[in-house]
Write a protein that binds this ligand. Structure first.
Ligand code: MGP
Length: 296
């Protein structure tokens, strides 16, 4: 498979396997529960498991099980509480941080980025779970808050070079009916992003690797609804020349709707405070007028 990663085959496989295992965990756990009798204790051969692998349980600082991601990611956050406040850039110093390059896009977005705080960057499955287990889930965030998980080096703004020709898939879900679902939906959205399953094998016509279409994912809490979005590098114009791109973009939307959010492809989701899974270019979002959306 061709992709933009610099990882070697086994590392890629390990990364993928760890993410698939996490996704399969929910299904497996209920099956295991059925296989074990009530009160029965599952036997685990700890010695065999530990052989050759130093986990965090053997050595809390030098364990050697770390599965690299295809690329590093950065989590950003904003909420009414962060507005105008000078929060520390790195609340957890163990995670690597790199300065944001001052591209023209970054400078143009300065007003918008003022209240968005950079939380942390990570580049392995283990660091992802370390972060995930230590941040407040979307269902418990205050109103008008956002988590932005973007590829390192891309800021969560239309103005960034990587976003300015792009768009977003999004779904809006009424809060009252989705308080119990939104945390899982957001977790699966992040796993699909960092596991690169939205746009899995981008290649150019000459067979060389192309950048993945995905630049980041966002969850937003609003007074009456949640919104989850997937930002893409490009947006199809509607012309015949863009047919291949449109197909690729639609593939991202279908994967989001069916595999990540778990809806049947034929399901119609729009209703009071709810939208379909729909795509809009950032240029159309900026205009705020009537725009043509793609729906899956
Ligand atoms: P939003 O938060 O994405 O939409 O953008 P929402 O949730 O419908 O609106 P809210 O008012 O409930 O938060 C809200 C507004 O923020 C937009 O209309 C823009 O004015 C501004 N904005 C949003 N984004 C993603 C950007 C961006 O990337 N760059 C700039 N400059 N402004 C943005």
């Amino acid at each position: 498979m061709t992709n933009t990663s610099t990882l070697t085959g086994p590392a890629l496989q390990a990364s993928r396997a760890a993410l698939s295992a996490a996704l399969a965990e929910q299904a497996n756990s209920s099956q295991h529960e059925q296989e074990l009798e009530v009160g029965e204790i599952q036997e685990v051969d700890m010695e065999a498991q530990a052989d050759g692998i130093r986990t965090v349980f053997n050595d809390p600082s030098n364990f050697n099980v770390k599965h690299p991601l295809f690329s590093p990611w950065t989590l950003w956050f904003d909420s009414p509480a962060t507005k105008g406040r000078n929060m520390p850039q790195t609340p957890v110093s163990a995670f690597p941080q790199t300065p944001i390059p001052q591209t023209p896009g970054v400078q143009a977005a300065q007003g918008w980025m003022e209240d968005i705080k950079r939380v942390i960057s990570f580049d392995s499955v283990e660091e992802f779970w370390g972060l995930y287990n230590n941040i407040i889930p979307p269902s418990q965030l205050p109103q008008k808050a956002n988590y932005y998980l973007f590829k390192e080096g891309i800021i969560p703004a239309w103005e960034d070079e990587a976003n300015k020709h792009g768009g977003k898939w999004s779904i809006q879900l009424p809060k009252d009916k989705n308080r119990g679902n939104v945390d899982k939906m957001w977790m699966y959205t992040m796993l699909a992003a960092i596991g690169e399953t939205f746009d899995p094998s981008p290649t150019l016509g000459d067979g060389s690797a192309a950048a993945s279409l995905i630049t980041g994912v966002i969850v937003s809490t609003r007074p009456q609804f949640y919104r989850i979005s997937i930002w893409t590098r490009l947006a199809p114009s509607g012309s015949d020349e863009d047919a291949a791109l449109r197909e690729r973009i639609e593939g991202v939307g279908r994967h989001f709707k069916t595999s990540v959010l778990g809806y049947p492809e034929s399901a119609r989701l729009a209703g009071p405070l709810a939208t379909e899974v729909e795509f809009l270019s950032h240029k159309d979002s900026e205009k705020k007028g009537k725009a043509k959306k793609i729906i899956v």
